[in-house]
Write a new protein. Sequence first.
Length: 686
Amino acid sequence: MKPSAQTLGLLLVLAWLPGAFAQQIHSNDIKAERTAVENRSLLISAPTGVTLQDEKERATIARKIPPAGVPLPEASRQSLKGEIERIRKQLQKLSSEADHADIEVLLKAVTFAIELDEFYSPTDLGKANALLEMAADRAQSLKRQKRPWESEKGRVVRGYYSSIDGSPQPYVLEIPDSWDPSRPSPLFVWLHGRGDKTTDLHFIYQRMKSPGTLRVDNALVVHPFGRHCMGFKSAGEVDVLEVVEQVQRQYSIDPDRIVLMGFSMGGAGVWHLGAHYTDQWVAMSPGAGFAETAQYNRLTPDRYPADFEQTLWKVYDCPNYARNLLNLPVVAYSGEKDKQIQAARVMESALAREGHTLKHIIGPGMGHKYHPDSLAEILRQMNEAVKQGLDRQPSRLTFQTPTLRYSKIHGFQISGLREHWVDSRLNVRYQDGAAQFETENVTEFIVTDPRPLETVDIDGQEVGISGNDQTLVFHRDANDQWHHGPLPYSGLRKRPGLQGPIDDAWLRPFLVVKPSGKPSNAQVASWVNFELEHFQDRWQALFRGTLPVKFDTEVTQEDVENKNLILWGDPQSNAIIRRIMPQLPFHWDAKKVVLGDDVYNAENCVPVMIYPNPESPNRYLVLNSGPTFREGHDRTNSLQNPKLPDWAIVNLETPPNDTAPGAIKASGFFDEQWKLQPQLAKSKVD
């Protein structure tokens, strides 16, 4: 008879206890040593003078989240790995086309916990075995061509494969007993708070064993994982959106009755996901959290970072999108004594500047916690919005953004800006076949709203329309006159999903391309090795996935057409960099990097950059960079923002650390045609 998860867990605990707590004091040191040298799979060939020992002796960057736990005894480790391998072999015998994500998320959770030392107490072994028991049971069901968990009620662990990196990512549903699968149901999306130790294993087990904050009888509640602990930004943002899509595919969900809620880190996620993707939600309620960067971190101008980083705050700082929140019911919550009431106060001020009063429920006497009466009132208001449903063809809309990354609301999308990072607006009024648009800093916008139009007024100018196109495009010429039709400019230009900065590359499918040749300079080779491996470690530990990696010689045409290419190395070592170099806005050879009027020594300087791929203009290429926020920014999710703009020159004489890949000698944004801006080419940081 197969032992239960509880029995296996007890046996492993007994095996673990004698040495576990003696090992605890050493666990952080052990993990720090492993971080940079355990997995050498990304090492490139180096010129003479750079040895593997040189690489091992490089300074490591200490991991902050998730923290290292107590290392498992070898017997316990092998027992878990053996069970994982047994289940994987069983899956391999099943149809290769079957979706195994509901099982793979369980196996990945335990695998990562083993590899990254994410066991924090003896009872965590029981958690691992509970997940493996569920995985084994599901594999047995698949063998019988059954998937019983898909019709279960209560708390149900599910999984999907991320479009970004193909990794299995978990989510957990709470399905009430009263749920009728034949009728479309409302969906409440709940974003969890920060938990530095709440990795896949612990997130799944918590939701398996304990109900969440919300008690909703008339709807499904879904708990996205959000890629662990990044404030539901970056890949965590995509996780929430893909979980909602996945639930809609798997269950009968009313798309006009999806509510967004969360608390603490989850409240911050609600602020930005609500402001960025306003047309996805019928209502939203952020609890506590943060809404911007500078005030939340109590930064004063004398402590502000470089100008480009301040500009990049606009990616996630919600006051820059405040007008979007006028389009749906928003009910904020704060505890009366909670310091994080600051976020709601900031948004109160931002909305007041737009002539709107934020609904803000304050829990009397409460710290960082819901008052039960307050939560009941919030749910009442959310359910009232659910009853009314989402109006997808409102007569009035207001939209605000500083970037084309977030450019759409209902049937309208801004597709061209005069200048990025400037407040840009599109106001819409529809009435009886007449549309009136008011714009700021907009050069092109698209209308896919299906309502018929007879007259169009843009910024006080009547614009004629012709044809029966369901999609209408309007553009502004150099004389500020509006026309029906797209911008006539045929070259590169920034547009939605192709506007930068560097970190924008991780929001779509990507492929890391490592060089098969030798870099021409020893210092460059050493730095590329270190940063590549740092990228790999960080993607696994924080982003909870495995990097998709190929050599430059292995990249296919399909890869080029469908993925953002993250190119590492220099023109001498990476064949793709060498091939496209003539089409990039700078020059790089073995001796120098030339950017505009500036020349840098190629022996100790490396360009990092995002740019439309000349061989696939709808996809990015990135040179020599992973996500630009690093371990030093993980102390608060409010600092996990982009740290580099569209391009930068990194001086390697300053070693990589927990906040930067080296000294930033120069940096800047490309203009709206992806051209170098001369004034920014000289924005050096010495």
